[in-house]
Design a protein around this ligand. Structure first.
Ligand SMILES: [Cu+2]
Length: 220
């Protein structure tokens, strides 16, 4: 020690003490993690979350995103049946035109020779005194709904456009619906496949379908 400067000895001693403290902290830390129940449960939860993610991956052909609608309501996992509620509005789309045109629109001839499917779903109104004519198409909004087998489904039919409708939910319910009314139908989608909903007085285009996907992911 004779040749070692005093300052350096102090530095080494301080470093040794610091190392001992750090070692002790690490040792206590490991002991805490391995013996503490809360810490252990958190790790198990993380593992369960990972397993749930893996089990919720859907097989090819059951990709709901390909069907375009109601995607935002799709659950992340299909492990358990859910209550699922939809609001289905009666709608008519109107194409308005004028054989003479106006300042913003070119003249449009009346399609006098076009034929449409019978059933009331398409209505062509001839030009009035001003030359204005209209083509109307009835529909539901939404016209496609996707659920999983076993889900409890609530359909609220809302009469918004068109004074009268007569709606059939295939095999489940049939009822009239006037503008301003809401008619609710509740059922369990117990079979995979499709359930059609139609309006008898605006066919063939006032029609929709509920696509009931098999609960494959939950069984695997
Ligand atoms: Cu209708």
């Amino acid at each position: 020690m004779k040749n070692v400067p005093r300052k350096r000895v102090v530095t080494i001693a301080v470093a040794a003490v610091a190392a001992a403290i750090i070692t002790a902290i690490i040792a206590v830390g490991f002991g805490y993690n391995s013996n503490n129940g809360i810490s252990g449960n958190m790790n198990n939860n993380t593992l369960q979350q990972q397993l749930q993610k893996i089990s919720s991956i859907q097989p090819p052909g059951v990709n709901a995103a390909q069907n375009g609608q109601s995607i935002s309501a799709m659950p992340a996992t299909v492990a358990a049946p859910e209550n699922r509620t939809f609001w289905i509005k009666t709608v008519h789309l109107d194409g308005n035109a004028n054989i003479n045109g106006d300042t913003k629109h070119p003249p449009e001839p009346f399609p006098a020779n076009t034929t449409y499917p019978k059933g009331g779903g398409f209505v062509l109104s001839p030009p009035d005194k001003t030359g204005a004519w209209n083509f109307r198409a009835f529909t539901f909004e939404p016209s496609q709904i996707i659920v999983y087998q076993g889900d409890r489904i609530t359909l609220n039919f809302v009469g918004v456009q068109g004074p009268n409708h007569f709606i059939d939910v295939s095999g489940i319910a049939t009822f009239p619906l006037k503008r301003g009314e809401i008619h609710t139908v509740t059922f369990i989608a117990d079979k995979a496949g499709t359930i059609n909903y139609t309006c008898h007085i605006h066919m063939p285009n006032m029609a929709g379908e509920i696509l009931v996907l098999p609960r494959l992911a939950a069984a695997q």
